[in-house]
Design a protein around this ligand. Structure first.
Ligand code: C5P
Length: 295
């Protein structure tokens, strides 16, 4: 294929500034309330038309690039929806750690849906794209929506919010991988919906006055995952005790954690400590969209 026919996109990771699990649903999923914040850590996905079929590959050998991969399923669902008879080659360059609660796989799936809708001129609207996204996973609609948002229901009922800005976020990932499904199974559902509403509102008020006001966050998975994984507990203690850290938490169901700083130098000091302890670490910034066309 000629290079000019290749279309490349960037898909961002997310952190959950808040995550409350408020009940089990009849369909077996859980109702959640969460605050999704995109951050500047990106995977890159390239598309190229082929005659037929879906060919998927990626630069991370620990990931299965077959038919069960979220990118493959996203392309398959989209093609079914529009009755597309042509084919596509998809190549993924991973930077976002996998099974870490940073939404890497969901971001890639959202990127495939949005990217192919543009590249192949399907002209589907946002609601149609988000409907396809929900078939792939609970977090995928957020990555199609693309902006900082409160997520309710399974995470697909989205309300845009301002998000955070003007800060540096240290992402730190321990070696342990946590499957979302298993993490949900380990939860004791102690948080009521009204308690969750209160905690979320308190956080949003705190973020309104950011960084001057006190900020208290919450994640339903944090305590149970800390109990299960001592390495995760040590990391959360390290982040919480960091000088100048405004707030810190687990992201999603883990195992990634994050700590928010106003000064770059303070974030850099924390990053050194994270790396010294042998964790994966990187400094990112909050961004206001999850998807960009690569120029
Ligand atoms: O939707 P997704 O496939 O990403 O979810 C992975 C697993 O996490 C589900 O199979 C389900 O067990 C659990 N989950 C849940 N409630 C949610 C999201 C995910 O129970 N809101």
């Amino acid at each position: 294929m000629r290079e000019k026919e290749i279309f490349t996109i960037m898909c961002a990771a997310k952190i959950n500034l808040y995550l409350g699990v408020v009940g089990v649903r009849e369909d077996g999923y859980h109702d959640i309330e969460t605050l999704f914040q995109p951050v500047s850590l990106y995977d890159e996905i390239s598309f190229c038309r082929i005659d037929k079929g879906i060919e998927l590959s990626g630069n991370d050998e620990t990931i299965q690039w077959g038919e069960s991969n979220l990118c493959y399923r996203a392309a398959e669902e989209l093609f079914k929806y529009v009755n597309y008879r042509g084919g596509i080659r998809i190549e993924v360059k991973k930077n976002i750690p996998v099974e870490a609660g940073l939404g890497g796989g969901s971001s890639n799936a959202g990127g495939v849906i949005k990217g192919l809708n543009k590249y192949l001129n399907f002209n589907l609207d946002q609601d149609e794209l988000m409907g396809i996204a929900l078939k792939i996973g609970s977090d995928v609609p957020f990555f199609v929506f693309g902006r900082s948002a409160i997520g309710r229901g399974r995470g697909e009922l989205l309300e845009e919010i301002k998000g955070i800005d003007g800060c540096f976020v240290v992402l730190a990932v321990p070696k342990v991988k946590i499957s979302t499904e298993k993490a949900f199974k380990k939860l004791s559902l102690l948080l009521t919906r009204s308690e969750s509403e209160y905690k979320l509102r308190r956080l949003l008020n705190g973020l309104d006055g950011f960084p001057e006001s006190e900020i208290k966050t919450y994640n339903s998975f944090e305590t149970p995952m800390e109990v299960l994984y001592p390495e995760l507990h040590s990391l959360l203690v390290l982040l919480k005790t960091g000088k100048d850290c405004i707030f810190s938490s687990l992201s999603g169901s883990g195992s990634a954690c994050f700590a928010v700083f106003v000064k770059n130098a303070s974030a850099a000091r924390m990053l050194d400590r994270v790396l010294d302890e042998g964790y994966f670490g990187v400094i990112v910034k909050p961004v206001n969209r999850t998807f960009d066309i690569y120029k």
